[in-house]
Ligand binder design. Structure first.
Ligand code: PGA
Length: 254
């Protein structure tokens, strides 16, 4: 089975509503003709989800994602957004465990496991983010660090559930820093992640899961990163805020 090749945008907390409309209009105007195994996923701020869905609903292979959701189904959780609410807006994907959520909002591997369960139960596709900070990379323990993130947040799932997940490897030292992991470093970690999946599940499951690279992906480096065997596209922050730049990244998908 061909793995899905995915260009995912993470707008983070950027853009006014009007700027978001303009960016979507420009992206839609680029009219990418995406083959069946390619997807574009746009993770936009909560207040723009409905507008983004409406603007892209007729574009094949374009999906809208939330950047977060809560682990509980409903109730007295002021300010939170449930997975069911996202589904009611026809949102199909959700980022879970972005390093900024882990760092600024103290989201633990265990809490993220609950969010994964809530997302899957609602029928959303979680994009599970993992990755190590610089001191871990310098100590050379990044593979064990990421393996622990996977095992504590994902490995309670059965193989059928796991197959619904997209994984994004984002080394924290490469996020927003302009410092990209080399294509070899990305490939090494993606292969290590796939081998963890194979050990816990089986080869067919491991081979079926898309693993995206994130961290200073740009139009100029996307093709080299995406050419790596185990790199199935990217999760793009800064460069996704520019329609022309992000379009170059979409065109760089395998
Ligand atoms: P960046 O962000 O592309 O701006 O480095 C990536 C991310 O945080 O998802």
């Amino acid at each position: 089975m061909l793995r899905k090749q995915i260009a995912a945008a993470n707008w983070k907390m950027n853009l006014s509503f009007q700027q978001a409309e303009q960016l979507l209009d420009s992206l839609v105007a680029q009219s990418h003709s995406l083959s069946d195994n390619r997807q574009v996923i746009l993770a936009v701020p909560f207040p723009y989800l409905d507008m983004a869905k409406k603007k892209t609903s007729l574009i094949p292979h374009f999906f809208i994602a939330a950047q977060n959701c809560y682990s509980k189904k409903a109730g007295a959780f002021t300010g939170e957004t449930s997975a069911d609410m996202l589904v009611s807006l026809r949102v199909t994907h959700v980022l879970v465990g972005h390093s900024e959520r882990r760092e600024y909002f103290s989201e633990s591997n265990q809490f993220l496991a609950e969010k994964i369960d809530a997302s899957l139960a609602a029928g959303l596709t979680p994009v599970f983010c993992c990755g190590e900070a610089l001191p871990v990379r310098e100590a050379g323990t990044q593979n064990a660090f990421v393996a622990k993130q996977l095992s504590e947040s994902l490995f309670h799932l059965d193989a059928e559930q796991l197959k619904k997940i997209i994984i994004a490897y984002e080394p924290i030292w490469a996020i927003g820093t302009g410092k990209t992991a080399s294509s070899q470093q990305a490939q090494e970690m993606h292969a290590a992640i796939r081998s963890e999946l194979q050990k816990k599940y089986d080869a067919a499951t491991a081979e079926s899961i898309s693993i995206l690279y994130g961290g200073s992906v740009k139009g100029s480096n996307a093709a080299e990163l995406f050419a790596m065997k185990d790199v199935d596209g990217g999760l793009v922050g800064g460069a996704s805020l520019d329609a022309a730049e992000f379009s170059t990244i979409i065109d760089a998908l395998k």
